[in-house]
Design a protein around this ligand. Structure first.
Ligand code: SF4
Ligand code: MG
Length: 338
C-alpha cells in the first residue's frame, strides 16, 4: 500500500532556560527522541505508551502544531518541516486533530455552528449560505441533530461534545487525523460509540488515523498496526495481530501481560512480565537503551549502546539488543512462565 507520511529521525526537545538577561539553556526535555516510521494511506496506526512518553507530542509534531527540533515529516513525499508558515497553511487543511478533552478543546463562548464553521472559513472551502448547509451536513454525519446548531458546548453531553470535535476536524476534508486519546475522558458506555463512528468515517472518507491511547486494550479494535513508545522512543511497531501474538520488546510484553487475552491458547503460552520501578525523567533519560533501568533482561550492552529500531522480521520493527542475541533471554530472571 501507499505511504502517506514518512517520519525520519523526529526529535522534539523542549529547552529549559535560566537567567533573565543572558538566557542559558540549562536542560532539555527530550519528549520525542529520534523516531523513524511510516504511516500508510488508509490505515489506523495505534500509538501506545504511558503518560509522558511523548505520544501526544509526536502527534502534534507530525501535523506541525509543534515545529520539530530535528528530523523530517514527509507528507506524500513533501517535507513539512522545511516549509514556512505560509507555505504550510494550505496543507493544514489536510492534517487535523481530535483532542482528548472535549470539555476544554471547544470554545465555550462559540455556538456549535460557529465551532464547526471555523475551519470551513479559514480554508475558504464554502461561502455564504453554503457554509451553514455544510455545517448541518457535518452535524448529521457525526450523529448530532442539526437543529442544535445554535447551542453552546456546555449544553451537550461528553460524548456529544466529542462528536462536535470530530465534526470540526472533518470540516476541512482532511486525509489525516491525529486522534489524541479521543475516548479516555468519556464514559465507558460512550467509548464504543465514538470508536464505531471513527471507523465509519474512516471507511466513508478514506481517512488515515494516528490513534493515541495510553493502553493497548483501547487501540486493539481500531488499529491496523500498533506502535509502542517508551520515554520518547518507539520500541516496537507491527500489525495489531502480530503484536499480541508475538510481542518482541520486553516493554510491549509487559504491557500485554496486563491485558487479558480472550484466546486461551495465547493466554497459556505467553510470558508474564511485571515491571517494577517508575519511568525515568525525560530530562535525564538513561544511557543506552532507555528501558534498561526496568528491563528484566537487561545486560551490559544495554547500558552502553542504544538499540537500533529495525525490521527484525517482515513488517515487525523493534528496538532491543535481544533481537541479535535470542539465547540470552532464556537466562533472564524475574520472568514467570505460566
Ligand atoms: Fe531490555 Fe536490553 Fe532489550 Fe533494552 S535492549 S529492552 S534493556 S534487553
Ligand atoms: Mg497525552
Amino acid at each position: 500500500s501507499e505511504v502517506l507520511l514518512e517520519i525520519e529521525n523526529l526529535r522534539m526537545h523542549f529547552p529549559m532556560y535560566k537567567g533573565a538577561l543572558i538566557r542559558k539553556e540549562v536542560n532539555r526535555v527530550r519528549a520525542v527522541d529520534g523516531l523513524n516510521f511510516k504511516i500508510m494511506k488508509g490505515e489506523t496506526l495505534g500509538l501506545v505508551g504511558e503518560s509522558g512518553c511523548g505520544k501526544s507530542t509526536t502527534g502534534r509534531a507530525i501535523i506541525q502544531l509543534y515545529r520539530p527540533t530535528e528530523g523530517s515529516v514527509k507528507l506524500r513525499g513533501k517535507d513539512l518541516t522545511k516549509l514556512s508558515h505560509s507555505e504550510l497553511h494550505p496543507l493544514r487543511r489536510d492534517l487535523q486533530m481530535i483532542f482528548q478533552d472535549p470539555y476544554s478543546s471547544l470554545n465555550p463562548r462559540m455556538t456549535v455552528g460557529d465551532i464547526i464553521a471555523e475551519p470551513i472559513k479559514v480554508h475558504q472551502l464554502e461561502s455564504g449560505e453554503a457554509i451553514y448547509r455544510r455545517v448541518q451536513e457535518l452535524m448529521e454525519i457525526v450523529g448530532l441533530d442539526p437543529r442544535f446548531v445554535r447551542r453552546y458546548p456546555h449544553e451537550f453531553s461528553g460524548g456529544q461534545r466529542q462528536r462536535i470535535g470530530i465534526a470540526r476536524a472533518l470540516a476541512s476534508k482532511p486525509s489525516f487525523i491525529v486522534c489524541d486519546e479521543p475516548i479516555s475522558a468519556l464514559d465507558v458506555s460512550i467509548q464504543a460509540q465514538v470508536i464505531n463512528l471513527l471507523e465509519d468515517l474512516q471507511n466513508e472518507f478514506g481517512l488515515t488515523y494516528l490513534f493515541i491511547a495510553h493502553d493497548l486494550a483501547a487501540v486493539r479494535q481500531i488499529s491496523t498496526r500498533i506502535a509502542v513508545m517508551y520515554l520518547g522512543k518507539m520500541v516496537e511497531l507491527t500489525s495489531g495481530e502480530e503484536l499480541y501474538r508475538r510481542p518482541m520488546h520486553p516493554y510491549t510484553q509487559a504491557l500485554i501481560s496486563a491485558v487479558p487475552i480472550p484466546d486461551p491458547e495465547v493466554e497459556r503460552d505467553r510470558e508474564r512480565i511485571v515491571l517494577t520501578g517508575d519511568v525515568p525523567s525525560p530530562l535525564k533519560p538513561p544511557s543506552g537503551c532507555v528501558f534498561h533501568t526496568r528491563c528484566p533482561f537487561a545486560f551490559e550492552k544495554c547500558k552502553k549502546d542504544v538499540p537500533e529500531f529495525k525490521e527484525a522480521e517482515e513488517g515487525h520493527f523493534v528496538a532491543c539488543h535481544l533481537v541479535d542475541d535470542p539465547e540470552r533471554r532464556k537466562t533472564a530472571p524475574n520472568v514467570t512462565s505460566p
